[in-house]
Every structure is written in structure tokens, then in C-alpha cells.
Design a protein around this ligand. Structure first.
Ligand code: AMP
Length: 177
């Protein structure tokens, strides 16, 4: 099964994607981590990617698409769980991983801000959070709508504890197996 976990910053999407991939025994592909790895290198590409990430902006579509395409060149027979791709409609039209199911972890603006205030990553500074939220509303929400219209979206409220959200995802999958 090819699964995407999507949601705003602070929704716990990476945590849920990790839990799910572990439970299903399939590979986990985290776009943010792949990009962070590129950014850690002292190369022109590394600096370009790192600068965008530090500002909370989206990394260029071409770089992102090339990275995920390479990663999914020989996809696992049983599928995979993706966190963080696609984030723009252009990315989707350049490379479509062909998801069977998309879990949308929804969270209100206030809840997002409350949660982020507790975190202390470098890209969680107020102006960076603002940029990340803007990117989410502008570029990623249309993707979510696209999957909703395709009829493969499952919306789950991320306002619950981690285990509860994980249980809801599992229950949905079990009920639809
Ligand atoms: P994440 O850990 O998934 O929130 O991603 C961290 C950062 O990586 C984002 O704020 C973006 O700068 C970058 N990033 C991750 N995925 C993508 C993507 N699909 N397109 C563009 N930038 C991305």
C-alpha cells in the first residue's frame, strides 16, 4: 500500500508516518529528512537547500522531485509511507507516487501555534513558523483538496494524543483491508 501522511507543521505527521511504516513493515520516506541530509553537505546544492529550509520556505520543485524520484526508483513491493511529498501541485504533476490512501492530520491554527510554541527546533522561530504556515496554506492545502476529490483522503483530527491518532489510522486501515 502506498500511503501519504500530510498535515500542517506541528500536526505530528512525521511521528504518525514513522509509527505506520513500522507497523506495516514498509519503508518510510521523509522528505524533510532527505532534504536536511542534502543541506548538511558543504556544496552549492547543500547551501541552496539549507537556506530555503532555514527560512521556512519550500525547496525548489526540481530538487525535491529529483530526490524523491531517485528514492522511489525501485519501490518496495509492499508499498511505502511518505511524509512531506508532494507539497505543491507542480511537484505532483512532475512526479506522482500514485498513493492508494492519504491521511490528512488536521489541526486548527490556534492549536498549531500552541504546539509549536513548545518546540525548540531552529526552524521553529516565530517568523519561520509563519513562513512554513504560509507555504502550507498556499501550496499544500490545494494538494489535500485534490486528494479529497479523488476520494482517497481520510481526515483525522490531530488534536488527540499520539497513540489515539495512531489507533484511528490503524482502525481505518483494518476496516478497509
Ligand atoms: P518537514 O520536516 O516535512 O516539515 O520539512 C522541513 C522543511 O523541508 C520544509 O519546511 C521545507 O523547507 C522542506 N521540504 C520538505 N518537503 C518539501 C517538499 N515536498 N517541497 C519543498 N520543500 C520541502
Amino acid at each position: 500500500m502506498r500511503i501519504l501522511v500530510i498535515g500542517p507543521v506541528g500536526s505530528g505527521k512525521s511521528t504518525q508516518a514513522q509509527i505506520l511504516a513500522g507497523e506495516l513493515g514498509i519503508p518510510l520516506i521523509m522528505m524533510g529528512s532527505l532534504l536536511r541530509e542534502i543541506a548538511s553537505k558543504d556544496t552549492k546544492l547543500g547551501r541552496l537547500v539549507g537556506n530555503k529550509m532555514h527560512r521556512g520556505e519550500l525547496v525548489d520543485d526540481e530538487i525535491v522531485v529529483e530526490t524523491i524520484r531517485e528514492k522511489l526508483k525501485t519501490p518496495d513491493r509492499k508499498g511505502f509511507v511518505v511524509d512531506g511529498y508532494p507539497r505543491t501541485k507542480d511537484q505532483l504533476s512532475m512526479f506522482d507516487p500514485g498513493f492508494d490512501r492519504v491521511f490528512f492530520l488536521s489541526l486548527s491554527d490556534n492549536e498549531i501555534k500552541k504546539r509549536l510554541a513548545k518546540r525548540a527546533r531552529q526552524d521553529d522561530k516565530p517568523e519561520v513558523i509563519k513562513a512554513r504556515l504560509e507555504a502550507y496554506y498556499q501550496s499544500t492545502l490545494p494538494i489535500i483538496e485534490h486528494y479529497r476529490q479523488l476520494g482517497i483522503l481520510t481526515e483525522i483530527s490531530a488534536g488527540h494524543p499520539i497513540e489515539e491518532v495512531a489507533r484511528m489510522i490503524r482502525e481505518f486501515l483494518d476496516g478497509n483491508a
